[in-house]
Write a protein that binds this ligand. Structure first.
Ligand code: AMP
Length: 275
């Protein structure tokens, strides 16, 4: 990968990079399609990153099908698939981790200790290896986006981070490889998460700016669904992830995590006065 990316730089070709953990779905393909539009060469990585899993069984359960994923990537005219072995990314004696302070401990970081340290570390290794002009990330993982943007700015990477909207199933449920773990009934009922976020967005559009009121709207809708258990609902500044009392001029998010049956799902919606 080092020698390919060095060659691409020498040839002055723009490189678009899409990092993934595989088990590809339409959410990933939307990133790939945009990368194809915006760059000469598209590189996708498939790497189930062990350092971002705090739960060993979650790591073991994570779906893997490199052959099927590679075939789909070829359909989308991806030029290179980087699918390293664990020991290529984390060779014996590995000791260096990247940690983005403050943004990493809250929300997803609170439920999954060490998760964002693993994410920041692997993103740093991948960006250093590939040195892409553009890297594409999904808004669905809003906290990850905030952390990656901070990291790229703080550590002086030249890569531009491109963020794309969440792709949803017909029901509104955000696409995720975890959706496969839901029973058909749970999958249907999981649509309540986006319904709740949409209700709050309507209230926002009608002028509601109070974070507590907006949170309560989301909470009420989800509580009506017996299969869903709320982990957190929060209204935050999209960049700093600081909780807000009132939404002002800068972009805000309502972000949530909830369990549907045994499966923990996350979702969010952007609140922006300019939208
Ligand atoms: P993952 O394979 O889950 O690590 O995700 C790889 C990339 O795809 C990340 O940037 C995710 O935010 C993005 N992604 C995952 N699900 C979606 C979705 N439903 N819509 C848009 N992007 C997504």
């Amino acid at each position: 990968m080092f020698s390919i990316s060095r060659k691409l730089r020498r040839e002055n070709r723009t490189v678009g990079f899409v990092p993934t953990m595989g088990a590809l779905h339409e959410g990933h393909f939307s990133l790939i399609k945009e990368a194809r539009q915006q760059s000469d060469v598209v590189i996708a990585s498939i790497f189930v990153n062990p350092t971002q899993f705090n739960d060993k069984s979650d790591l073991e359960k994570y779906p893997r099908d490199l052959t099927a994923d590679a075939a789909r990537l070829a359909e989308y005219a991806v030029d290179y698939v980087f699918a390293p072995e664990q020991t290529e990314i984390y060779p014996a004696g590995f000791l260096t981790y990247v940690y983005v302070e403050n943004l990493s401990e809250v929300f997803e970081g609170a439920s999954r200790p060490g998760h964002f340290r693993g994410v920041a570390t692997v993103v740093t290794i991948l960006l250093n290896t590939i040195r892409p002009d553009l890297a594409f990330f999904g808004e669905k993982d809003a906290q990850q986006v905030a952390i990656v943007k901070r990291l790229v700015s703080d550590l002086g990477f030249e890569t531009e981070i491109v963020v794309l909207p969440t792709v949803r199933e017909e029901s509104g449920l955000a696409m995720s490889s975890r959706n496969e773990l839901l029973s058909p009934e749970e999958r249907e009922k999981a649509a309540v998460l986006f319904e709740a976020l949409k209700e709050a967005k309507i209230a926002f559009k009608n002028g509601e700016r109070n974070a507590l009121e907006l949170t309560q709207i989301v909470q009420k809708v989800i509580q009506n669904e017996p299969l869903a258990t709320i982990d957190y609902i929060t209204v935050v500044d999209a960049e700093t992830l600081q909780p807000l009392d009132r939404i002002g001029d800068s972009e805000a998010l309502i972000a949530l995590a909830a369990r549907v049956g045994q499966v923990r799902l996350i979702d969010n919606i952007v609140l922006d006065q300019k939208q």
